[in-house]
Design a protein around this ligand. Structure first.
Ligand SMILES: [Zn+2]
Length: 198
């Protein structure tokens, strides 16, 4: 059996990167291997909408029972269509979060508005919460709502970009440089060491 690198995990038959972003929306944009180029990633972890559904349960955004029901509902037309929407949103959201020049804001804002508009305020027990209708698009729309909260909230100023791979993470204490010491941090240390002994 081949062991996976320590930054990856096999979840329900799908290989996923372990969360390092300290925020689920940032971990969502970190589901491709690097953002140093806008071209297709060397490694794409969201290879199907089902993989995205499994990811959303893995990072704790959705209960796994819901994901089981949605995977059963997924059909061969709707799944690939939603995957394209998800990956487009991910790329545009990355540009908005990093302040890249371009026209990413409009499509990002429209999806966040659409998702927010589908929420219902419901009362359960002694609590009140926002709920989205249970359908295949729920996990994407839930993520879009969270992206809207991140964009308008106080944490936004703590979003940092890994100088090696372009992944995003929150750095509230101002002490993180790399997305992860296990990957980019170690590579940088090894490079610095090689430069010293040369
Ligand atoms: Zn990195």
């Amino acid at each position: 059996m081949n062991a996976l690198p320590s930054h990856l995990e096999l979840v329900r038959g799908v290989v996923l990167p372990k969360p390092v972003g300290a925020h689920p929306v940032l971990d969502f944009v970190n589901t491709r291997s690097e953002w140093t180029s806008r071209a297709s990633a060397r490694t794409e972890w969201l290879t199907s909408y089902e993989a995205f559904l499994i990811w959303s349960a893995y990072v704790g955004l959705q209960p796994s029972g819901l994901i089981d029901r949605l995977i059963e509902q997924a059909d061969p037309v709707e799944g690939p269509r939603l995957l394209r929407t998800t990956l487009d949103f991910r790329g545009e959201l990355y540009d908005v979060l990093t302040g890249a020049p371009g026209n990413a804001f409009e499509p990002v804002a429209r999806l966040i508005e659409k998702a927010s508009g589908r929420r219902r305020l419901v009362q359960s027990g002694d609590g009140t919460s926002w709920e989205l209708p249970e359908d295949l698009v729920l996990p994407l729309h839930h993520l879009a709502v969270l992206a809207g909260e991140l964009l308008t909230g106080a944490s936004r100023e703590y979003i940092r970009t890994c100088p090696s791979c372009g992944w995003l993470f929150l750095d509230q204490r101002g002490r993180r440089r790399w997305c992860s010491m296990a990957t980019c941090g170690n590579r940088a240390k090894a490079r610095a060491h090689a430069a010293r002994v040369r």
